[in-house]
Design a protein around this ligand. Structure first.
Ligand SMILES: Nc1nc2c(ncn2[C@@H]2O[C@H](COP(=O)(O)OP(=O)(O)OP(=O)(O)O)[C@@H](O)[C@H]2O)c(=O)[nH]1
Ligand SMILES: [Mg+2]
Length: 144
């Protein structure tokens, strides 16, 4: 099935929470990497350095072909950057006529991410979305 994958990674525990099966899960579907918990970093951290670091670490773990522009620095807790992810994901999903799946390790921030989207709508409008489905630690958000 063609879908857009939003893969949430925990910047504070990147290596401990990386999903080594993620290349197989993604297959040839498009992916947005959401690098979460930036609020725990010093205020003057350079986002471009973090993006390049995430890209490199992903590549070292089998996620090749990730462009820096696919890596979004966010804080699901404060909402920083989440609206932009929602806009990009919605646009991509609408263009392809596909669903959006939110995946990530336990504690990466999936529920916080989705709760934030449901609260603020990210400017893209969530009112026409069906409810999201949750199954144990895996959550997917239907965005038709
Ligand atoms: N500092 C900080 N903490 C966060 C952020 N996002 C999530 N958390 C915290 O990380 C913990 C896990 O967040 P969840 O949203 O429950 O993570 P999850 O991916 O849904 O976890 P599972 O449902 O167990 O798979 C919680 O204590 C959140 O408050 C963030 O951007 N910054
Ligand atoms: Mg959860």
């Amino acid at each position: 099935m063609r879908c857009l994958i939003v893969y949430i990674v925990d910047l504070f525990d990147f290596h401990g929470s990386f999903l080594y099966s993620i290349p197989q899960i993604i297959g040839d579907n498009p992916v947005l990497i959401v690098a979460n918990k930036i609020d725990l970093f010093p205020k003057d951290v350079k986002f471009s350095r973090v993006q390049h670091w995430v890209k490199r670490e992903c590549r070292n773990r089998g996620l090749h072909d990730i462009a820096v522009g696919q890596v979004h620095i966010v804080s699901c807790k404060t909402g920083f950057g989440v609206g932009e992810v929602l806009r990009r994901a919605r646009q991509s999903a609408v263009d392809r006529g596909c669903d959006i799946y939110v995946v990530g390790a336990a504690n990466a921030g999936k529920s916080t991410f989705i709760n934030h989207l449901l609260k603020v709508g990210g400017g893209g409008g969530l009112s026409d979305m069906p409810p999201f489905m949750s199954h144990n630690n895996t959550t997917s958000l239907l965005a038709k």
